[in-house]
Ligand binder design. Structure first.
Ligand code: PGA
Length: 263
């Protein structure tokens, strides 16, 4: 599969929500609205337990599937863990790595994130790597240094040819689940900075292909203004992806923003 940032990329992170019947119901509702979407890439990310059932719902559609985390080892005595190839086995193409909730509650460090990204890439998954600052770091003017560190350490040792398979999600922690969104200018400032850092790491040709998402209280009403920004290629949506109507509205707003950008 080839990814491109020539169309918006909208991913719904369902987090710890939806048992199998509810997940199947939500996926079916989304499918009814966007069965064959050509002008946007759409990914839904149910909890592990619902992946296989949701995959069945998505057959014959353009909607793609992702998981919310992975372990880095392939197999072995690691009770409770799930490997990238097991995730691939359920029909997923994507996996979130380093979400701030994993970093905060489950001890995911930049080093662990790096191992997970490498393992995901080796299994043929596209990792969605999340980075972002706390409110305190923003107030202390440490946003860029934090993001730079997460970027450098998370992507350390990854072959330049694989960079375009990594999707980045800038998610300011103070904006996640709080109803407080970064303004389009604040978000674009950081996205532009990330693109610059990527250029330093792997050159302009590669960095310009990387898909960069914004995440943190994305709703239908703020999607257009965020995605209209030059370096914002889509959104990682939490709360608003749990209802088909708001998720589908976000997809439509993102398509409008892309049309506007390409004028
Ligand atoms: P939110 O979550 O949209 O509910 O703020 C975003 C995320 O955590 O990816």
């Amino acid at each position: 599969m080839n990814l491109s940032n020539k169309k918006p990329f909208i991913a719904g992170n369902w987090k710890l929500n939806k048992k199998i019947p509810d997940a199947v119901f939500l996926a079916t509702q989304i499918k009814k609205a966007v069965r064959k979407e050509r002008d946007a890439e759409i990914v839904i990310m149910p909890p592990f337990t619902a992946l296989s059932d949701v995959k069945k719902v998505l057959s014959h559609t353009s909607i793609l599937l992702g998981a919310q985390d992975t372990f880095w080892e392939e197999s072995g005595a690691y009770t409770g863990e799930i490997s990238p190839s097991m995730i691939k086995d359920t029909g997923c193409d994507f996996v979130i790595v380093g979400h701030s909730e994993r970093r905060r509650y489950f001890g995911d460090t930049d080093e662990k994130v790096n191992k997970k990204i490498k393992a995901a890439l080796s299994a043929g998954l596209f990792p969605i790597m999340c980075i972002g600052e706390t409110l305190e770091e923003r107030e202390n003017n440490e946003t860029m240094s934090k993001v730079k560190k997460q970027l450098r350490e998370g992507l350390k040792g990854i072959d330049k040819d694989l960079f375009s398979k990594v999707i980045l999600a800038y998610e300011p922690i103070w904006a996640i689940g709080t109803g407080r969104t970064a303004s389009p200018e604040q978000a674009e400032d950081v996205h532009g900075f990330i693109r610059e850092q990527l250029t330093k790491m792997v050159g302009k040709d590669t960095s310009s292909c990387v898909i960069m998402l914004y995440g943190g209280s994305v709703k239908p009403k703020n999607t257009f203004s965020l995605i209209k920004e030059k370096n914002i290629n889509g959104a990682l949506v939490g709360g608003a992806s749990l209802e088909a109507s708001s998720f589908v509205e976000i997809i439509n707003e993102a398509k409008k923003a892309y049309k506007e950008k390409q004028k």
